[in-house]
Design a protein around this ligand. Structure first.
Ligand SMILES: C[S@@+](CC[C@H](N)C(=O)[O-])C[C@H]1O[C@@H](n2cnc3c(N)ncnc32)[C@H](O)[C@@H]1O
Length: 351
């Protein structure tokens, strides 16, 4: 159980290696990270037997930027038949688990394996329950089986409250047919990721106001309008008529980097394709000057040193808010619907 397996978007394995190595060094957990390009996962192999458990205990999963899911455990080779007996034998020393997820990697091979997982899940679940290895209990660790093939699985554990909300960290969001662009799912996923569901009515409510910078054709504005907000949409491009017909949207053809609202708004969202430093500076201004209370902004990633650049920009934001003596919660994640980008959520705390 001394290996940490981390899922990610294919192509971002090096970012995961850099990120988890930094956390491990910070927590004084000895080990090394490795990954194959485009494999959609990375491993952190700990020198000490309890290293992976200590690392997971010290780091909050939702503070990680590039990993979509994680689990501590080890790889197990499976035979062609009676895989369940082999799994049960490997689980002999593992405590009873509170839930079971069968996962695959976000690759073409992974997609093909998901059918196998669907068929395998019911008999496995039954056998685990019979052996006393699985009960329904959210306080017990979750058993995460990541199949690399029908013959190789990573048998891992993760705490349900300190790992992905969805299997493989992939939310199953339905594209709303009335939305003007597929980007709408990015903002919806951001809300699911950064705002606890029980706070949606309070923090995404109908009497609120929002500004959408780089709004056209309106996928993000659609999400704000769907929550009943009054939205100022900033873009030189045209907004979908269906949104303008709601009467909740004011469209201004001005520059998103210079526009400022007359009064504090509840939400600022921004999906402009720009250099990440410029988008981060926008966040610093809007949150720092109190132009908005919460913000969701996409940071487009550079070609190289993507983790280092994101860390640098987040640190710059932290320093800027500390200098202004204001408290701000800052979260950043590469969402499933993000491509060459990460999504930041900032919320001003206190007065
Ligand atoms: C990726 S698209 C936004 C898509 C939108 N979020 C949606 O869901 O439909 C980026 C938009 O930013 C706009 N844009 C680019 N630079 C801008 C600027 N300086 N000010 C305002 N809008 C800008 C572009 O016209 C484009 O419509």
């Amino acid at each position: 159980m001394n290996t940490l397996l981390l899922h990610c978007r294919p192509g971002f394995e090096n970012e995961v290696c850099a990120e988890i190595s930094e956390h491990a060094a910070h927590q004084q957990v000895a080990g090394y990270a490795k990954a194959k390009p485009s494999s959609a996962y990375a491993e952190f192999i700990c020198t000490e037997a309890d290293g992976a458990e200590r690392l997971m205990g010290a780091v909050r999963f939702n503070r990680l930027i590039f990993p979509r899911q994680w689990a501590r455990g080890s790889f197990v080779e499976l035979p062609e038949s009676d895989r369940i007996s082999v799994l049960l034998a490997h689980l002999a020393d593992v405590p009873t688990c509170g839930s079971l997820w069968l996962e695959v990697l976000d690759t073409n091979d992974g997609k093909e394996l998901s059918n196998f997982c669907k068929k395998f899940e019911a008999p496995l679940r039954k056998a685990l329950a019979k052996a006393g290895k699985l009960v329904e209990d959210p306080h017990k660790p979750r058993l995460l089986l990541t199949f690399l093939s029908g013959r190789q699985v990573f048998l891992g554990l993760a705490e349900a409250n300190n790992s992905a909300q969805w299997p493989m960290g992939i939310p199953r969001l339905k594209f709303p047919r009335e939305a003007p662009s597929r980007s709408t799912l990015k903002l919806e996923e951001a809300w699911h990721t950064f705002i606890p569901r029980e706070q949606w009515d309070e923090r995404l409510s109908g009497d609120m106001t929002g500004v959408d910078l780089g709004a056209a054709p309106g996928g993000w504005t659609y999400q704000l309008v769907r929550r009943g907000m009054l939205v100022t949409a900033i873009d030189n491009g045209p907004m979908a008529e269906s949104l303008m017909d709601t009467g909740l949207v004011q469209h201004l053809m001005v520059d998103g980097f210079t526009y400022k609202p007359r009064q504090t708004v509840d939400w600022m969202v921004c999906d402009i394709v720009e250099k990440p430093a410029r988008s981060a500076a926008l966040l610093e201004t809007w949150i720092g000057e109190g132009l908005c209370r919460e913000a969701v902004v996409n940071l487009k990633l550079p070609m190289k040193q993507r983790y280092a650049e994101v860390r640098r920009l987040l640190q710059r934001l932290e320093d800027a808010f500390a200098a202004r003596k204001i408290r701000v919660s800052i979260a950043c994640k590469q969402l499933y619907h993000d491509r060459e980008e990460v999504t930041c959520h900032l919320r001003r705390l206190g007065k």
